[in-house]
Design a protein around this ligand. Structure first.
Ligand SMILES: [Zn+2]
Length: 128
């Protein structure tokens, strides 16, 4: 079914917005891809679903932890920044970039996804 002119306009604007959001943080890009692949949503459905979720769950006053949302943030790419993992100075390639490269991104992802190990259930049974 063809979209109405108005829906097509919203779809185009949503696709543009998603493209911009993808550039803020690689994690956002992977989440956008995952939602698109899982639900086969259009761009306007993704934007609508996420906005509605924020509003329905009273999360609209919460600020994401990405540096892009810090007051006065001006790092729109091309400037110098210091990696928040290793402290190395690097050139910002996209808005909100705060890690110098893939190595630090993988280390950060690993740190964020570490699950505390239950020492008792993780221990190897000792045979008598
Ligand atoms: Zn680094």
């Amino acid at each position: 079914m063809a979209l109405t002119a108005r829906d097509q306009q919203i779809e185009d604007a949503s696709a543009f917005l998603l493209k911009w959001i993808r550039g803020i943080d690689p994690t956002y890009a992977s989440h956008i891809d995952a939602a698109r692949d899982e639900y086969a949503w259009s761009a306007r459905q993704m934007i609508g679903a996420w906005c509605a979720y924020i509003l329905e769950n009273d999360l609209y006053m919460q600020v994401p932890t990405n540096p892009f949302f810090e007051p006065g943030f001006t790092g729109t790419g091309g400037g110098a920044a210091t990696c928040s993992m290793c402290g190395t100075s690097f050139t910002v390639a996209y808005p909100g970039q705060h890690l110098c490269g893939n190595t630090c991104a993988l280390q950060r992802a690993a740190a964020l996804t570490q699950v505390p190990v239950d020492q008792e259930s993780d221990s190897v049974p000792v045979e008598a």
